[in-house]
Design a protein around this ligand. Sequence first.
Ligand code: CTP
Ligand code: MG
Length: 246
Amino acid sequence: MSVERVDTDSGAAAASNSRYVALVPAAGSGTRLGAGMPKQYQLLAGLPLIQHAVSTLAAHPQIERVYVVLAPNDSHFVSCDWGALGVKVSALYCGGDTRAASVRNGLAELSTQLSASDWVMVHDAARPCLTEADVDRLIQTLSASAVGGLLAVPVADTLKRATAEGLVLDTQSREHLWQAQTPQMFRYQRLVAALARADLATVTDEASAIEQSGFQPQLVLGSAMNLKVTYPADQTLAELILLRFN
Ligand code: CTP
Ligand code: MG
């Protein structure tokens, strides 16, 4: 099916026979966390960080399969215990130099398994507090969309632009500004085409590659609790959230 065909499909008709799969980039090294091992394998509320979000995705009734993109030399993933959810979780040892390269490589491995209009939900392994309700909201909001979209939250803080010396240059308006999260959900063929054209060194999420292709992803209200673990303080916050709500 060509991209054009997907474009002209009525969203509702296309959605009715499209499948949902998740793709989880997990090939990073966690340099900003500085834990001495990739952050996705740090224990959080008693489980490797990666197990939280992957389990939420695999447990979701509408998600058929969860593909986890790993570094080619990953030696930790095989130790994860998925229990009954393991039948829905597949490892792809094809991670690249950047997040976008990992996603692109993972998508390439799925070319014989997915149709052009299947939905691919890309979610950072480093966002462990994803909930079933977040996934439901994304799927429901985008069910009639031909393009797709992403979870995001409106910017709440006042934004300062800084000089190289750390002095305030000016204050930016936060009006209409959102912080992009994951999952980000797009149709398989469109995402493959967008990432094939994108500059992988500068594209930090799928939506920006889709935007560069001339489409407008839909923003879907997410939750501040779906934070990305980047620095040690995020690890503390994420663990508190998991212990409170799981
Ligand atoms: N990721 C990936 N392949 C890469 C880089 C990142 O699959 N080459 C994944 C990470 O494993 C993570 C997600 O993309 O799940 C978001 O990336 P980020 O938070 O930047 O994680 P790291 O790159 O591991 O951390 P850092 O940038 O601090 O090194
Ligand atoms: Mg990174």
